[in-house]
Design a protein around this ligand. Structure first.
Ligand code: DGL
Length: 281
């Protein structure tokens, strides 16, 4: 009997969802990787589209949004882990969230930095991100923490996120902006470029056109999903693969829910069947 009770408690624990948030659609790149790698996990995703973009807001504002979203994921959705699927928010709020929340909190900056130094062959690497991420210097610190001896060039790409949120990921306008912003990175001779904003993988065809075929683009999504997998395994809170129960996926948006569901489904795939309004769950 006691064993039965323990099993029920354990079951309830592992069935709790993973919580994830971003300013909008960008974190769906991380959600995709987590769903692919951990198909049995339940997931709750919030896109804060009413307040996007985060990249040009003050660090204090973004920290406030991150705390509000993460607190809601814990309080309203009982998540077992939080993934800050936004470089801008992770750059300024990760440590505080890790210190104050009662569940593990994972960011995208460190996993991305580790992947970047692993992939480079000439030890010249680049990172692109929002103005907020680049000016926080979070990547300089994360790269230094890897102890790899690489030289890093960082460039902010204001405007990229807005193109993605408008569903404009190809065409002359986005190409011209990419060429203007990325040329200094290309001429610096990097052989690897980290997409340090979770929106940017949706622009990878334009970015690789500008950077050329010899530059490898690295996204932090898959790497972050590996960290999620390992942390769940270490905490013994992973949902069992043998159960055959596929996870359920819930998506919330603080802005236009219809637009979020329509564009989100095209970007993420069929798991985003519909979206609900946050904060009214
Ligand atoms: N996807 C985000 C990031 O990784 C946020 C971009 C924004 O809202 O400006 O930084």
């Amino acid at each position: 009997m006691r064993h039965g009770v323990a099993w029920v408690i354990m079951r309830a624990e592992i069935d709790r969802p993973i919580g994830m948030f971003d300013s909008g659609f960008g974190g769906l790149t991380v959600a995709r990787a987590v769903i692919d790698q951990l198909p049995n996990e339940n997931l709750v995703y919030i896109g804060d589209t009413a307040r996007y973009p985060y990249g040009n807001k003050s660090a204090g504002d973004v920290r406030g949004f991150a705390i509000e979203l993460a607190t809601s994921l814990v309080r309203d959705f009982n998540v077992k882990m939080i993934v800050v699927a936004c470089n801008t928010a992770a750059s300024v709020a990760l440590e505080e969230l890790q210190r104050t929340l009662p569940v593990p909190v994972i960011g995208v900056v460190e996993p991305g930095a580790r992947a970047l130094v692993r992939v480079t062959r000439n030890n010249k690497v680049g990172v692109i991100g929002t103005v907020g991420t680049i000016s926080s210097r979070a990547y300089d610190r994360a790269i230094a923490d890897t102890k790899a001896s690489v030289s890093l060039i960082a460039a902010a790409c204001p405007g990229f996120v807005e193109f993605v949120e408008r569903d404009q990921t190809t065409g002359i306008e986005v190409f011209e902006l990419a060429e203007k912003l990325l040329t200094p990175v290309r001429v610096s001779g990097v052989d690897t470029l980290l997409l340090g904003c979770t929106h940017y993988p949706y622009l990878s065809s334009v970015i690789s056109q500008v950077m050329g075929p010899d530059v490898v683009l690295v996204s932090s999504a898959a790497e972050t999903a590996f960290v999620v997998r390992d942390e769940l395994a270490a905490a013994k809170t992973a949902r069992s693969v043998e159960s055959g129960n596929l996870g359920s996926h819930e998506f919330y948006s603080s802005g236009d829910v219809k637009h979020f569901a329509e564009l989100g489904r095209r970007l993420l795939g069929p798991e985003l069947a519909n979206a609900k309004y946050w904060p009214n769950k």
